[in-house]
Design a protein. Structure first.
Length: 581
């Protein structure tokens, strides 16, 4: 096929060169004729101007025979024309006429005073210029005719060459296309085999097209390698997509899911393949209108939107981002969701902490206002109680007043402790020793109620603390554990464990009591909040614990399972030295 093609091209080139050469030769001849025609026209113009000047000289001779100046000017112009005509190409007769006219001009200048002689010379010059003008017109006519003849011949050669070339192209194309069509079918069959995944053989290609067959075999091998790389890249991208702990879903312009990650499947608990389905079936199911979804707003307005949604027991922070093409058109949307349930819980705890601080300040003021008149009630009731002038009934009433006043006084002391108005003294102290002293104080009462105390202490560095406040923290938690076990009505265990890391010392107190109901576990640090029966608790114990732990720069955490028990973990910094208040 290559030889046929090259042969056709060579023939085409030979024919083209012959046609172009002939056409070029005649075009060159026409160019020369046109150049001569232009020269003839220029010569004719000069002869016409020369004839006009001689006519002017002749007129001046008859009208103003005595005006030598004007005649001299005209003679100079005629002389200049003759000089310019001398450089043109003329025959021998033309040159002789120019010499003769030049001689006449010279004679006229010499005989300008003799009007008769001058007139005769002017007539001779006019006759010569008239002959020159006629010769010029004849020359232009002859050369124009010759140019037209050569142009016709050149045009005919050009048309013949063009027709021959077009015919040659048609013949060459027909022959070539027949050969090419056969090979093209082989190429089509090979590409179809590549599409189906079948192996192709270069043996179907012959002659020069054998290289195409070899190239297609190599291309198929490279495509298989690239396909494998693409599959591996897709797997790696999916792996990275699944490694993100945030929920992610990629959708097209219609909200149809293209791909989701494992976190999305895990949160929305769906094992079905979501690809090709509408994402609104999952994330907008609780919306009154699909238009309220952030993903719908992003697709509509082409901008990022965010919202907070609830799904089961979780709170999700959702952001949707438009997927923009190179033409700045929105082609899809990326949905990203993050579980912020714990963050919301921490936020609520922070708000609760602020409420406790504000309430502490209020309680401190109230406690101080009540403390003074209460002291008088306690004092006078004690005096009346010790008096022997009262009957039995009045004595019992005074005893009730005194007991109630002491109980109120105890509540006031707890309130003052909660508000931290009492000065604190911080010093280095071993936490294990503080715990041991509290256990010694409560051990008998716990033993009586069939509560076992288990200790698991580890070596821990001393901490900066106010011993009294830390004792109150431990005592309140143990008392709550004691009451929880007693309420359960079974033999119980209170476990106390200490351990540390590089920054903090931890005290973990666990019990096997009734536990704390989930519905109230977030309120246990609120002042006056209690689940105990009336008269058995003031609701200030854990509030004081919370306040004291925060005063030491520490933290307290609680976990509980209803019916199985509760665990409190108190952490105190090792090197933190709070300022005494």
């Amino acid at each position: 096929m290559k030889k046929l093609f090259y042969g056709m091209i060579a023939g085409f080139i030979v024919i083209s060169v012959i046609g172009i050469t002939l056409t070029g030769f005649y075009l060159y001849s026409v160019g020369n004729e046109m150049s001569l025609l232009i020269d003839s026209n220029l010569s004719l113009v000069s002869r016409s101007e020369l004839s006009m000047e001689i006519e002017n000289l002749r007129t001046a001779q008859f009208v103003e025979p005595e005006n030598r100046i004007k005649k001299a000017d005209i003679l100079d112009k005629v002389d200049d024309y003759l000089v310019s005509c001398g450089v043109c190409h003329h025959g021998v007769r033309g040159d002789e006429k120019i010499i003769k006219m030049t001689s006449l001009i010279k004679s006229m200048k010499e005989n300008s005073k003799s009007n008769k002689v001058f007139s005769e010379l002017v007539n001779d010059l006019h006759s010569l210029s008239h002959d020159a003008l006629f010769s010029g017109q004849k020359l232009v006519s002859e050369r124009s005719s010759e140019s037209l003849d050569k142009m016709r011949i050149g045009w005919m050669i050009f048309i013949a060459s063009t027709i021959f070339l077009i015919g040659s192209v048609v013949v060459i194309t027909i022959l070539f296309m027949r050969k090419f069509d056969k090979n093209l079918k082989n190429i089509v069959h090979a590409t179809d085999a590549i599409r189906r995944g079948d192996r192709i053989s270069s043996e179907k290609f012959v002659d020069e097209l054998r290289q195409i067959g070899d190239s297609m075999e190599m291309m198929q091998s490279e495509l298989l390698i690239k396909e494998e790389k693409l599959i591996n890249w897709a797997k790696q991208w999916q792996t990275a997509f699944d490694s993100v702990d945030s929920m992610m879903a990629l959708c097209d312009i219609d909200g149809t899911v293209i791909i989701v990650n494992n976190a999305f499947h895990g949160v929305f608990e769906t094992d079905e393949d979501l690809e090709g389905k509408s994402i609104s079936r999952v994330i907008c199911i609780d919306k009154e209108s699909y238009d309220e979804c952030a993903i719908t707003k992003t697709l509509k307005y082409g901008s990022m939107h965010s919202e907070i949604i609830k799904y089961n027991d979780m709170i999700l922070s959702v952001k949707t981002f438009p997927v923009v093409s190179e033409g700045n058109d929105v082609t899809g949307v990326l949905w990203i969701g993050r579980d912020i349930t714990k963050e919301k819980d921490l936020e609520e705890r922070a708000i609760q902490s602020e409420k406790l601080v504000a309430l502490g300040e209020l309680v401190a003021g109230i406690a101080h206002e009540i403390n003074n008149p209460l002291s008088a009630v306690v004092g006078f009731s004690e005096i009346l109680k010790d008096s022997n002038n009262l009957n039995k009934e009045d004595s019992q009433r005074i005893e009730k007043i005194y007991s109630a006043a002491l109980r109120v006084s105890k509540i006031i002391r707890n309130l003052l402790e909660f508000s931290r108005k009492k000065p604190s003294e911080f010093r280095r102290q071993n936490l294990n020793e503080i715990v041991d002293k509290i256990i010694e104080l409560t051990e008998y009462e716990l033993h009586v109620d069939n509560v076992e105390v288990r200790k698991e202490f580890s070596e821990a560095p001393p901490i900066w603390c106010d011993v009294t406040q830390m004792q109150q923290v431990i005592l309140n938690i143990i008392n709550n554990a004691h009451h929880a076990i007693t309420e359960k009505g079974e033999k119980g265990i209170i476990s106390l464990k200490t351990y540390c890391d590089n920054e903090k010392v931890y005290l973990e107190i666990s019990d096997t009591g009734v536990g704390i109901p989930e519905i109230v576990i977030n309120r246990i640090y609120e002042p006056f909040f209690t689940t105990k029966d009336v008269g058995k608790g003031t609701g200030l114990g854990l509030s004081i614990v919370y306040s004291a732990v925060k005063a030491h720069g520490g933290d307290i955490q609680v976990s509980s399972i209803a019916g199985e028990g509760s665990t409190f973990i108190v952490s105190i910094p090792v090197d933190s030295h709070p300022h005494s208040s």
